[in-house]
Every structure is written in C-alpha cells, then in structure tokens.
Ligand binder design. Structure first.
Ligand SMILES: Cc1cc2nc3c(=O)[nH]c(=O)nc-3n(C[C@H](O)[C@H](O)[C@H](O)COP(=O)(O)O)c2cc1C
Length: 211
C-alpha cells in the first residue's frame, strides 16, 4: 500500500481546511488518523494550513490557459511559484490526510484554493482525447470531514457535494485511493457531538484494523 519501506518514515502530508485552527473538529479527527498511522510506523508529518493560502490570481489563470508552460521559472511570490511548491510537496508525500469542515454542502474556499493550486494542466494532469489523465503516483488519501448536521444515511437532510467532488477532482490528478471518515452533527448539541465523535473513532479504528 505505502510506497516506502517500513524502515523509512512515512512522508505524510496533512492539508488543513478549517479556519478554526486548534479548535477545529475536522483537525481533531484528522489527528486520530495521524495517530493510527504513527502507531504502525514512523511518520514525518508536514502540515499545510490552507487558511493562509490566497486564491489563484490572473497571472495563474493566464499561465494555465497558455498552450505551453513559460520557459522561465515562475517568479518568487507568484501563484505559479506557490503552485509549483504545493505540487512538489504533494508529489513527495507517501500518504495524504485532508481535514475539512463541510461549508455550504461542499469544501471550504481555502481548501478549494489548495485544489486550484495542485490540479494543474501539464503539471498534474494532461488532456487527451480520452479526457484528463492524472500524472501523480497513486497513494492513500484519508479525508476527515466534520459537519454541523448529518451528511450520511437516511437521516441526512442536505446534499453532500464534498465527497463526490474530492473523488472526481483527486482522481483527475491520479489519486484514486480515497478513504473518508466523518464526524457529523457537531452543531446538534453535546449528545450529538459525543455520538458523532464516537462513530468517527469507530470508523478510524475499523479503517486501520484492516491495514
Ligand atoms: C460558512 C459555514 C458553512 C457551513 N455549512 C455547513 C453545511 O452546509 N452543512 C453542515 O452540516 N454544516 C455546515 N457548517 C458547520 C460546520 O461544518 C461544522 O461546524 C463543522 O464541525 C466545523 O468543522 P471545523 O471545526 O473543522 O471547522 C458550516 C459552517 C460554516 C462556518
């Protein structure tokens, strides 16, 4: 499953999508995933806080719309330069954890900004007559989602565009091995939060018991 030998630390990239920092419920859940990985082998963890990531700009949009990449390296500080760094960071990871709240039925805008930086023509996918083909090596991606209401099962009263969106978008760049864990009902009172956390813990245990 993982591409490094067990003697090497697992290079784990964690992408944090919540604006709530250490208080974030999705971050809390993602830490359980990190801990489960740490329990089996040594891990070198790198965090990316997407709340510090600006949206892509017009220079970036122009560069992507051009027929080929610029011949000169991207200028330091430009969105293209930042995109180069984020893609290199992702490409170097053996596994990825995404921690994200549900915002208006989908991912928060800061995490979308990360997606816009890493899903990039000629860099992480190419366009072919068969459609977009990803160029990144596949690796496990664990997605920890927190939602104020319920998003799974018959009790859910809202659509979930997050999971299908991430499945489709990450598959576009070659990442197909996705594992979702959710903590749901965080806004429904203390009892619901406890039940949501308990269900999430059981889901993480189940996920890693199989590995
Ligand atoms: C702007 C915004 C939009 C939200 N939209 C939804 C939503 O569509 N569905 C939902 O269940 N919860 C929604 N919530 C609640 C969050 O998903 C919930 O509080 C979650 O636990 C926050 O996770 P975090 O602590 O990791 O940020 C929204 C919260 C915010 C701030």
């Amino acid at each position: 499953m993982h591409t490094t030998s067990p003697d090497q630390p697992l290079r784990l990239l964690r992408v944090l999508g919540s604006p709530r920092g250490a208080a974030s419920e999705s971050r809390r859940l993602s830490q359980q995933i990190v801990d489960a990985l740490v329990a089996t082998r040594s891990v070198a963890l790198t965090d990316v806080d997407t709340s510090e990531l600006p949206a892509v700009d017009s220079g970036y949009a122009l560069a992507l719309a051009a027929r080929e990449d610029p011949q000169t390296p991207a200028a330091a500080g430009s969105a293209l330069h930042r995109s180069d760094a984020l893609i290199a960071q992702l490409a170097a990871a053996d596994a990825v954890v995404i921690a994200t709240p549900m915002h208006n039925f989908t991912l928060p805008s800061s995490l979308k900004a990360w997606v816009d930086h890493i899903v990039r023509i000629r860099a992480t996918f190419s366009v072919t007559p068969q459609g977009k083909i990803g160029s990144l090596r596949d690796r496990p991606v664990y997605v920890a989602i927190s939602s104020g209401g319920l998003i799974t099962g018959e009790s859910a009263r809202q659509p979930d565009f997050m999971r299908p969106y991430l499945r489709h978008t990450l598959a576009t760049i070659g990442l197909h091995d996705l594992h979702f864990v959710t903590v749901e009902g965080t806004a429904l009172g203390e009892a619901a939060l406890c039940a949501g956390r308990q269900a999430a813990t059981e889901a993480v245990d189940k996920l890693f018991a199989r590995r």
